[in-house]
Design a protein around this ligand. Structure first.
Ligand code: SAH
Ligand code: SF4
Length: 395
């Protein structure tokens, strides 16, 4: 094993078992969809056109039943229905917070569950989606990291979360109706459960589908991928996805980051900053978001704020620093920094010329806030003592 191998073994995607061996069309790239159609009897000469038509029905109009695809011959529709399905994760529960945030628990193959959060704002709406069930990384402040069971989501399950949310907020266009440019679901953040860069291909394929202009058609500038710092995949994200990047930075010395974000032991702060410095140019995107969770007495001193700025300046990274008040969860070994401390920290960053928004906690009453996600079926919680021991803290 090379010294730079991932900190934990990557996990496999278990393909979805479908009724009577039918193939799910959701999550296939255009090329894969075309191949699937040909393989199941669509004449090669027609395949390109049929792919375009079916694609639009699925992703532009939100249709799930082949019978509704009225520009296809009846016999062909029946043939499709015999071979294929259009399937997305099933919503098990939906909770609505006092502030309008919606948290969905969705069931996927194998009886697993993932959480998806919709955050409405005045002029936009953000959907926070998951890329894995659980997470193989064990960031000591993150609830998801305490979940033992992990599996990668398929591309269908990832883009399916977006389709599920569009169903719930009733945002599929109605044929013939005037085009409405104000979207309720205007942004996607890959900030739910899991490390998206440990499930690269599925995340990429799903986001390509979400960006496709003949479908959900979200601009790549409205999609933000958050990573804990899987350095070798950062350049690939720029090239193959081209979305905005957020980085779970959270500490300004390797000593502290090793504890908070253990992947730092593989790729340290300096290596991470080098990878980040090339990202904006390679992806033709703007600033990188540095996410920084505010933990009382751990990473929230004035010196930390100054060091953070020095790191960013040294590498000349166009950045915005998003301060996240720590969201507590049962057994968490940390406390949230005081509001005064967070404001003082933000002010140092602001004085240095960087935007330093403090992330507003949303949906806390339904445990939908950052780092609180963890599926109800897998509450095999570690004890407080075990968590503290792994975080290298005295209890
Ligand atoms: N695995 C990816 C994306 C999911 S986490 C990553 O780590 O970037 C999304 C964001 O929520 C990350 O910045 C993460 O560090 C932060 N987070 C995790 N637990 C949190 C908590 N308890 N309170 C506040 N933010 C938290
Ligand atoms: Fe995984 Fe991200 Fe949580 Fe770390 S912060 S354990 S990488 S989900």
């Amino acid at each position: 094993m090379s010294p730079k191998a991932p900190i934990t073994q990557d996990v496999m995607t278990i393909p979805r078992k479908l009724p009577e061996g039918k193939v799910n069309l959701v999550g296939l790239t255009r090329d894969q969809l075309r191949e699937a159609l040909i393989e199941h009897g669509t004449p090669e000469k027609q395949a390109k056109m049929r792919t375009g038509q079916i694609w639009q029905w699925i992703y532009q109009w939100g249709v799930r039943d082949f019978a509704e695809m009225t520009n296809l011959a009846k016999a062909y529709r029946a043939q499709l229905a015999e071979t294929f399905v259009i399937e997305i994760p099933e919503v098990v529960t939906r909770q609505v917070s006092e502030d309008g945030t919606r948290k969905y628990l969705c069931r996927i193959a194998g009886g697993h569950e993932v959480e998806v959060v919709y955050i409405p704002e005045e002029d936009r709406g953000t959907l926070c989606i998951s890329s894995q069930v659980g997470c193989t990384l064990t960031c000591s402040f993150c609830h998801t990291g305490t979940q033992k069971l992990v599996r990668n989501l398929t591309a269908a399950e990832i883009v399916g979360q977006v389709m599920m949310a569009r169903d719930d907020i009733e945002e599929w266009p109605v044929p013939g109706a005037p085009k409405d440019e104000t979207r309720l679901l205007s942004n996607i953040v890959l900030m739910g459960m899991g490390e998206p860069l440990y499930n690269f291909e599925n995340v990429r394929d799903a986001m390509k589908i979400a960006m496709d202009p003949e479908g959900i058609s979200l601009s790549r500038r409205r999609i933000t991928l958050s990573t804990s710092g899987v350095v070798p995949e950062i350049a690939r994200t720029a090239e193959e996805i081209g979305c905005l990047l957020a980085i779970s930075f959270h500490a300004t010395t390797d000593e502290t980051r090793d504890v908070l974000v253990p992947i730092n032991k593989r790729w340290n702060i300096e290596e991470l900053l080098q990878a980040l410095a090339s990202y904006p140019k390679a992806s033709n995107s703007e600033r990188i978001t540095f996410e920084y969770v505010m933990l009382d007495g751990v990473n929230d001193s004035d010196e930390d704020a100054h060091r953070l700025i020095a790191h960013i300046k040294r590498h000349n990274i166009p950045a915005k620093i998003n301060l996240i008040p720590f969201n507590e969860w049962p057994g968490a070994p940390y406390k949230r920094s005081s509001n005064n401390r967070i404001r003082a920290f933000a002010n140092i960053i602001y004085q240095a010329g960087y935007a330093s928004p403090i992330r507003k906690t949303r949906g806390e009453d339904i445990m939908a806030a950052c780092g609180q996600l963890k599926s109800a079926t897998e509450r095999a919680r570690k004890s407080r003592k075990q968590i503290a021991a792994e975080a290298g803290l005295q209890n």
